[in-house]
Design a protein around this ligand. Structure first.
Ligand code: ATR
Length: 271
């Protein structure tokens, strides 16, 4: 069976390394490839993959919203407004595993978000998926975004399932003080701007959790600042692997070998 990821650009995707390691480990006769697809061609690409007998697809930037048009989407995917996983078993079914990936990454560190106060930085596609998941799981969310209107809109949508307020990023120091968990979903700190961070050690405190979904570099400046403040730092590799593991399970019905996938991703990132 063939699987793949579609997006643009796609050559740096770690999904092939991760899923092929899983298939190899389980002795499955499957292969996973990356395909560069433009937004204009997204529908043709998905229908083509279905026609060729693919098992499923991951969908990444900038196609996550466009792909929604031609998949059967469950209500959560419609709320999020983005699809990252397509399964071809019974039609063309769309899922979003980003939120559950973030939840599982926190769980791997024994963190349950129920009743916790969370500051989510960013209001883009990844933030939407994470916000719906965490609010659904009983977290109290503050969503802060450079463009405040996006955060306010996301919080308004999320309040259908849980507790959220949206605001700007003008006073992150005050917001960080109010929360147990800080999550960065913005691209700040990502390669090549590795010296950038929205929050520094002096704004954090021991025992809090700081989770950066950026995984390139693995140890972002934000995580370094967090460790310096005595916070528990969680890197983006966990979420990448866990969202992939959820896709794997949707496609194959099998539990994914998470450790094998994580080792493959960390090894590829070190190269
Ligand atoms: P993704 O799908 O990865 O979430 P996205 O939808 O493009 O990507 O969202 C990027 C997020 O990073 C947005 O919240 C963006 O803020 P704006 O909505 O104001 O654009 C945020 N972001 C990007 N660069 C930023 C910067 N220099 N400072 C603060 N936030 C930034």
């Amino acid at each position: 069976m063939i699987y793949g990821v579609i997006g643009n650009p796609i050559e740096h995707s770690l999904s092939p390394v991760m899923h092929n390691a899983a298939f190899r480990h389980l002795g499955m006769d499957c292969a996973y490839h990356a395909f560069r697809v433009t937004l204009e061609d997204v529908a043709d690409a998905i229908l083509g993959a279905k026609a060729l007998g693919f098992g499923g697809l991951n969908v990444t930037i900038p196609l996550k919203e466009g792909a929604l048009e031609i998949v059967n989407a469950d209500p959560l995917v419609k709320e999020i407004g983005a699809v990252n996983t397509i399964d071809f078993k019974n039609g063309i079914n769309g899922y979003n595993t980003d939120g559950i990936g973030a939840k599982r990454a926190l769980e791997e560190h024994d963190i349950n978000v129920k009743g916790k106060r969370v500051l989510l930085m960013g209001a883009g596609g990844a933030a939407r998926a994470i916000a719906f998941q965490l609010a659904h799981d009983g977290a109290g969310l503050i969503i802060a975004n450079r463009t405040a209107s996006r955060a306010v809109k996301l919080a308004q949508d999320v309040r259908r399932v849980g507790d959220a307020i949206g605001t700007d990023m003008d006073d992150l120091a005050t917001l960080v003080k109010k929360v147990d968990i800080l999550i960065n979903t913005t691209s700040v700190g990502m390669h090549p701007d590795m010296d950038k961070t929205l929050v520094t050690a002096d704004m954090m405190r021991p025992g809090m959790v700081v989770f950066d979904i950026v995984y390139n570099p693995i140890e972002t400046r934000l995580l370094k600042e967090g460790r310096r403040a005595g916070a528990l730092a969680i890197d983006g590799v966990n979420m990448l692997v866990q969202q992939g593991a959820e896709s794997f399970k949707i496609w194959t019905g099998q539990e994914a070998p998470v450790k094998v996938m994580e080792d493959a991703v960390r090894c590829a990132l070190k190269r």
